[in-house]
Write a protein that binds this ligand. Sequence first.
Ligand code: AKB
Length: 316
Amino acid sequence: MTDTILIIGANGQLGTVLTKSLQNAYGLDRVIASDIHRSTSFEGRFEILDANQFEAIMECLVKYKITQVYHLAAILSANGEKRPIPTWNLNMNTYFNVLEAARLAEVSKVFFPSSIAVFGDHIPKIYTPQNGTLIPSTVYGMSKVAGENWSHYYFKRYGLDVRSIRYPGIIGYQSLPGGGTTDYAVDIFHKAVAHQVFECFLKPDAMLPMIYMDDAIRATMELMEAPSQNISVRTGYNVAGMSFTPAELAQVITGFFSDFKISYQPDFRQNIADSWPESIDDTPAQKDWNWKPAFDLMTMTRDMIKQLTPDNSIKP
Ligand code: AKB
């Protein structure tokens, strides 16, 4: 059977790019992008959908005979700390609606984006293992730990094939992040190509795991296409891309723009970063579905600058 895919939260940083990649892979008619606001950035089908509305999700699943759901709608780590209870309510209620609608409509696969935010102070920070103690420091992280456990529960109890990745900070030129702790690593490029000073909200030595958008998309699609019997992790897979500090990233950018300047004004997001891993051990993802990132700090920086430079004239 040919799959028909619903993406919830398609207007976001990951959704914008993932929608187009899934359209390329499955065909324009086979992918239904949805979000609470209409977007003009997609060709193909689009539904205005509020994932807080269970009936609206159910109608969409039935109308299009959906076989796969990607539920990307969520409030991220930094914004979540400004409104903890509404963040918990939105992140959890929308996911309950998706899981329950997917079960009732007999959807064959669900994708749930988890995050390195599931980890807190009680884990080794270097090469953080797949199976460590999960005591997150943010409401966003708490909602991701709970979401992972509900994914696991729906798989065990109902056989719903839910798959999930613990994304590092995603860096891409195609879309902007919003409300996360790792957002600086995208914003810095927009300032650098505009020859503006970048004020960083993290300390120069705040090492965090990151992944280039191309790798994040490929990881998502490879996980979703892997045979079910290969999926040994039904919570969320650790996935590594690269790790660097703001100072290291600034140093590499200076190799492209010698006048680039960065200043540091750490705020509450530094505390969040302090509680997260510095690097990730993704052995199960390597073993189960052959995960291997293609981009490192240098190749990611080169591509970001090339893509964001209007005439593509930068020759590093
Ligand atoms: C955030 O910073 O909140 C996100 C994430 C790592 O999940 N980018």
